[in-house]
Design a protein around this ligand. Structure first.
Ligand SMILES: [Zn+2]
Length: 343
């Protein structure tokens, strides 16, 4: 299988000394993919040029104007943990462009699936606010763009970042054509993502939140994917699946308390590939979100790309399984299956 891949070279301009969301994240990924001789086997895409009209598919004009004014006074903070540098908007626009390039390659069938290794991440940015290290809601923009450009109607977005994808959820909360599924540590930043948040109006039932307790491990995540999210996705029959690929649920990550391993992440990607095969000819497009332990991040992205290229390839996991005992989440998943009418 051919996996499309893109990154945004201008990401280095988006940096703040001492901040965890740092350029070294993408550098570690690039280094790892080169060493593992994966880089040359990927179908490398150049980011598409992005104008503000594309950002407007999701974000309000007033927010864009605020950003454009703020960047003239950079460096500054847009919220307590989201920084803006003079080069940040260019970097963030190119991140969207990289994701759209990968998406285009998959929709035009030049690639089976795709991965955009970009930063800043996107899933916390709301239509009118930057937050949680995110400036533009990358995956939400790509979703609106495939609907507009390729005549796609139904899109599923799966978010396995350790944090709830509040921004993505907000964009599609009333939209019956976009299924948003988030599996995250709860309670945790940003505070949203309760089980009862299931969408509203015509979008009622097309938001699925899986608020897992700290110390959920590979088994709990896999159970959630196989017994809850899989059936919901198959029932919805999306025409393309996006993955908000955050790797901060790895057991080594400093920002989360989840216990996923590298092989656990690869197993989740395998599930997603199965759903994509069943529903939409394998069309699966991943965009990097979080992941702040450089070694775990690089290993997880490598494992994801190995899996995307070959569902049966062996996964190397030098970091091994979590040293902590995992919690049992079967009762919670039972309740969630009832809530979402999954037999
Ligand atoms: Zn995160």
């Amino acid at each position: 299988m051919t996996t499309a891949f893109a990154w945004n070279a201008t990401h280095t301009a988006h940096a703040e000394t001492g901040h965890v969301e740092r350029p070294e994240r993408l550098e570690a990924i690039r280094e790892r993919l080169t060493t593992a001789q994966l880089w040359d086997r990927l179908a490398l895409q150049q980011p598409l040029p992005i104008d503000w009209e594309i950002i407007r598919l999701v974000h309000r004009r007033t927010y864009i104007e605020r950003l454009q004014q703020a960047v003239a006074h950079a460096p500054l903070r847009l919220d307590v943990d989201t920084y803006l540098q003079p080069g940040s908007l260019e970097a963030a626009l190119e991140a969207v462009g990289a994701l759209l390039a990968v998406t285009q390659a998959v929709l035009e069938r030049r690639a089976s699936n795709g991965f955009a290794a970009v930063r800043p991440p996107g899933h916390h940015a709301t239509p009118d606010r930057a937050m949680g290290f995110c400036l533009f809601s990358n995956v939400a923009i790509a979703t609106r763009w495939v609907q507009q450009t390729f005549g796609v109607e139904r899109v599923a977005i799966v978010d396995f970042d350790v944090h709830h994808g509040n921004g993505t959820q907000e964009v599609f909360y009333e939209d019956p054509n976009v299924l948003f599924l988030s599996v995250h540590q709860f309670p945790h930043y940003p505070g949203t993502g309760r089980a009862e948040e299931i969408g509203t109006g015509r979008g009622r039932g097309t938001t699925v939140n899986v608020p897992l307790p700290a110390y959920t491990g590979d088994e709990g995540y896999l159970e959630a994917f196989r017994r809850l999210l899989g059936p919901v996705v198959r029932r919805f029959r999306p025409e393309v699946i996006f993955l908000s690929a955050g790797y901060d649920a790895h057991w080594r990550d400093p920002l989360g308390s989840m216990q996923l391993s590298v092989t656990g992440y690869a197993a989740l990607v395998y599930e997603l590939m199965e759903w994509a095969d069943a529903c939409c000819d394998g069309r699966l497009v991943a965009a990097l979100e979080g992941g702040y332990d450089l070694e775990a991040l690089a290993a997880c992205v490598e494992a994801t790309l190995v899996r995307l290229q070959d569902p049966l390839a062996p996964i190397a996991d030098a970091l091994g399984p979590s040293p902590h005992e995992a919690v049992d989440v079967r009762d919670l998943l039972y309740e969630l299956r009832l809530l979402h009418h999954v037999a």
